[in-house]
Structures are given as structure tokens and as C-alpha cells.
Design a protein around this ligand. Structure first.
Ligand code: HEM
Length: 260
């Protein structure tokens, strides 16, 4: 009966409101934090191509469990992707609650934003917009990585960027991820009072500076990485270089030939 009344009135018989929205907010923050920190690691992993093709190959094989199995197993990567995908879906589902879903809500928000001219309010719009874009872009990328985990590497990834013309897709995803993630992590700090210190105004100013520095760093790293994959893809596609073989394997083959 209590549930029924609460369903109609929005409060329990005692006049208390449900704690579920607060719990959902907490889960949204926790999944956002996980995804934000995961993305930092992910960007470093993907950008290993800037050091060398061999290094990116070694890291890829490490994620395929090269330390535990005699042969690398791409299904390990697929399993990791599916786990991240599950968190991504939970985070997106919870984020959906906050989007303006009618024209009236959108109009009220726009007017509010225009009048306030407050950075954090304007940033929220960017976050909502990039979050919406990531429903599609992020899901497509994760699905692709899950089913084509065996094609991740200096050759497969470069071919995907250039020959499969995926670079415009990745450019959009990169912009969406970096703005969404940067603003998201900043808002987490503000919401839960992390790094607040004595002077809230001062600490928020500093936090905003750090946010922009982090976003600029990961955008620059991401763009350089994207350019490297496109360059290698171009070289592979036009026969300027042979398909990638790890240097260790080439040395072994040369060694065997010399001995024979
Ligand atoms: C475990 C899960 C993930 C794996 C294994 C993975 C793997 C990769 C790989 C191998 C690339 C290089 C391009 C390619 O081979 O297609 C890439 C690029 C990229 N991924 Fe992921 N990814 C994962 C999750 C995500 C998530 C959750 C996002 C954000 C929603 C994301 C955003 C990006 C972006 C923006 C790029 C382009 C980076 C650049 O150009 O610098 N990835 N990812």
C-alpha cells in the first residue's frame, strides 16, 4: 500500500522522498569516474604507436594475455571490452535521466544558460551534447573492438583508420570523449567536494585550469596518435611498406636463414 501511495504521490506515508535518485546519482558518478580514468589509460595504450609499431604490438599482445598463455588470446580483449561496454551502458542509461527531453525543457535550459552566462552551466550543455553523440559513436567503437579484437595492432588499426576510412569517425569520437570526460571529471570534483580546500572560489579556479590542461594534453596526444595511424595506413595501402611483422620475429627468421 505504501508503495502504491508513493507511486502516486512521490512521497511515502511519512512524507519522505525515495533515496533511489541519490543512489542512482552515486552510481552515475562511480561509473563516470571509472570510464574517465579508463580513458586516460586507454589513450596512453593507443598512443604507444607514437613510440614505435613494435611497442604498440607488444602492448596489444600483453592485453591478449601473452604473459599467461603460450599464444596470445584476442578473446581476452573482447572480454575486457564487454566489461567496459557494460559500465558504459549503465553510465549512459543513468545520464539519460538528465537530458532535456521536451522542447519546453530545452527552451527553459537555453534561456537559463543565456541569462546566467556561468561557465559551469554552459559546460553542462557541452557535456550533455557530447554524451548524446557518444551513445552512437562509443557503442559502435566498442562493438567493433569486441568483434574484431584480433585485428587490433599496428597493421590492423592503421588499415582501419585509412583503408576503411574510419578516421573521421575517430576524430568525432576523440573530440566527444575528451570534452565529455574532461568536463565530467571536473564536475565530479565539484559535486563531491574533492580538492576543495579552504577557499572554494580559488580551488575551483585552479580545478578549471587543470581541467583545460588535461583536455588539451589528451586532445593533442589523440590527434597525434590519429595522424600516426593514418600515416601508417596510407603507407600500407599504397605499398610503401610491407605488412607489419614484429622486429623480434624478423630477427628470428634472419637468424634461422643465416644458420641454414
Ligand atoms: C576495452 C575497451 C576498448 C578497447 C580495447 C579500445 C581499443 C582501441 C584501439 C585499438 C584504438 C585504435 C584504433 C583502432 O584500432 O580501431 C582505439 C581508438 C580510440 N578509442 Fe578505444 N577502445 C576501448 C574503449 C573505448 C571507449 C570506452 C572509448 C570512449 C567512449 C574509446 C574511444 C576511443 C577513441 C577516441 C579512439 C581514437 C584515439 C586517437 O585517435 O587518438 N575507446 N581504441
Amino acid at each position: 500500500m505504501n508503495d502504491l501511495l508513493e507511486g502516486f504521490l512521490g512521497t511515502s506515508i511519512e512524507g519522505k522522498k525515495s533515496r533511489v535518485p541519490a543512489k542512482l546519482d552515486y552510481i552515475q558518478s562511480a561509473t563516470g569516474l571509472f570510464l574517465g580514468l579508463f580513458m586516460w589509460g586507454h589513450m596512453f595504450f593507443v598512443s604507444t604507436i607514437l613510440i614505435s609499431k613494435d611497442f604498440m604490438h607488444t602492448i596489444t599482445k600483453m592485453f591478449e594475455g601473452s604473459m599467461f598463455f603460450s599464444e596470445p588470446q584476442p578473446w581476452v580483449v573482447s572480454a575486457i571490452v564487454l566489461f567496459v561496454f557494460a559500465i558504459f551502458i549503465v553510465h549512459a542509461m543513468l545520464g539519460m535521466r538528465k537530458l532535456p527531453i521536451t522542447f519546453r525543457q530545452y527552451q527553459a535550459y537555453k534561456t537559463h544558460m543565456g541569462m546566467m552566462k556561468h561557465d559551469d552551466t554552459t559546460m553542462w550543455f557541452t557535456q550533455a551534447f557530447t554524451g548524446f553523440a557518444m551513445f552512437f559513436l562509443g557503442s559502435a567503437h566498442l562493438l567493433m573492438m569486441a568483434v574484431k579484437a584480433d585485428e587490433i595492432g599496428p597493421y590492423g588499426s592503421s588499415e582501419r583508420m585509412y583503408a576503411d576510412v574510419m578516421w573521421p569517425f575517430y576524430l568525432l569520437l576523440l573530440l566527444a570523449v575528451e570534452f565529455h570526460g574532461g568536463i565530467g571529471l571536473y564536475r565530479l570534483c565539484v559535486k563531491w567536494g574533492w580538492f576543495e580546500g579552504e577557499n572554494v572560489k580559488e580551488s575551483r579556479k585552479k580545478l578549471k585550469k587543470v581541467k583545460w590542461a588535461v583536455t588539451t594534453f589528451f586532445l593533442a596526444l589523440g590527434l597525434l596518435t590519429l595522424a600516426a595511424y593514418v600515416k601508417y595506413g596510407y603507407e600500407y595501402s599504397n605499398g610503401h611498406v610491407d605488412e607489419f611483422k614484429p622486429t623480434a620475429q624478423l630477427e628470428l627468421r634472419i637468424d634461422q636463414k643465416v644458420r641454414a
